[in-house]
Design a protein around this ligand. Structure first.
Ligand code: FAD
Length: 324
């Protein structure tokens, strides 16, 4: 079986997140970024999806680029908020038709200003989207003859989805709308029961938040790998914006240090250094890999990877593949 994190036995699995570019110039720059990210042989690259499908075609273009120009697995974020069953089915089919086999199934957020108690569409949670992805996939590629290990004469028909990964989101600091962390853990467990095989966390700023959440999740029965989502952040404005978007507050001393530093290069150094230490601590604590949010730039994330000493030079990775 494939390790859902994409782990090769001897190195730390890396993955990256991109968002679909808005202009042609940004698209060209993103092509270069993807090529550079490919140099460290990530397990997958995920591409975000605007809630309500606003970026559907642009997301698909980036996913196709990855599929056609690299040997990295593209992972499509999909959201279900506001969709009917028919629309959600159609959406999943469309991505499968494009050759995508890995998904990050999300509920998504209702439009800003919408009544928070208004109905969210036919699929109210990410768990339902996880089930739907498996069902659509199985309808298309229904059954496979699978040999039963240790019993060469026997074989049995069993349902086997060809989807490589159906990942879901996890919230180590709690989702802004959850009552307490135990609700987040329960919802994560429900996502695994629904069929997800990988969790990727919202950003966090303290290793103990991630490690404590993983401990709670394991105690509750979650067994899938929980990849820490790490975000190099090098300007005070972006740090403030992230806190607003995610509801996760950065440590006051880090925020203050960034604020006090007026030199851009020194700010970058502070941000990279902070996140490198955070990543090292979660790896030390047993994290199964790192999922790095890139802002569509390769410099900061590759700097972190380099400082951690976990980059697998592309050439060596290929040599390993070749000799397998
Ligand atoms: P769910 O798991 O369904 O629920 C999220 C939370 O809502 C739960 O933890 C719980 O606190 C609460 N909740 C759920 N059900 C109930 C209930 N019945 N009663 C009370 N509370 C409930 N958004 C996008 O639009 N596009 C993206 O590409 C995207 N990518 C993301 C990638 C990652 C790694 C993460 C962490 C988030 C991403 N998001 C994205 C944001 C995400 O869509 C929002 O955080 C959304 O609010 C929750 O989505 P979910 O899939 O976690 O939902």
């Amino acid at each position: 079986a494939t390790d859902p994190t994409g782990a090769a036995a001897d190195r730390t699995p890396l993955s990256f997140e991109l968002f679909p570019p808005r202009t042609d110039a940004a698209a060209i720059a993103l092509g270069r970024t993807i090529d550079r990210l490919a140099d460290v042989d990530p397990a997958f690259i995920s591409v975000t999806f605007g809630a309500g499908g606003s970026t559907r075609d642009r997301s698909l273009t980036v996913l196709r680029y990855i599929l056609e120009n690299t040997d990295i697995e593209p992972m499509a974020h999909l959201t279900c908020v506001g969709s009917s069953h028919v629309e959600a089915n159609e959406l999943v089919r469309r991505f499968l038709d494009a050759g995508i086999r890995s998904f990050l199934a999300l509920r998504g957020d209702p439009p800003v200003g919408a009544d928070p108690d208004a109905p969210l569409g036919d699929l109210a949670t990410a768990s339902e989207l996880v089930q739907l992805i498996h069902r659509v996939q199985q309808e298309r590629e229904p059954f496979q003859q699978v040999a039963v290990a240790g019993n060469p004469g026997a074989s049995r028909i069993r349902e086997r989805s060809r989807t490589t990964r159906v990942a879901v989101a996890a919230f180590p600091s709690g989702h802004p709308r959850s009552k307490d962390l135990s609700q987040d853990v329960d919802i994560l467990l429900a996502k695994e029961v629904a069929g997800s095989n990988l969790a990727i966390t919202q950003l966090f700023w303290e290793a103990d938040e991630y490690l404590g959440f993983v401990e709670l999740a394991r105690a509750a029965g979650v067994t899938m790998p929980i990849l820490p989502g790490i975000m190099p952040t090098t300007t005070p404005a972006r740090l403030a914006r992230l806190a607003e978007l995610t509801g996760v507050r950065p440590p006051a001393d880090f925020a203050l240090a960034l604020e006090r530093e007026s030199d851009a290069a020194a700010q970058t150094e502070l941000g990279i250094d902070f996140v490198t230490r955070l990543a090292a601590e979660v790896l030390e604590g047993g994290a199964p890999g790192l999922h790095l949010y890139t802002y569509n730039r390769h410099e900061a994330v590759l700097d972190v990877v380099d400082r951690l000493g976990i980059a697998a030079p592309r050439q060596l990775a290929n040599e390993r593949n070749f000799s397998r």
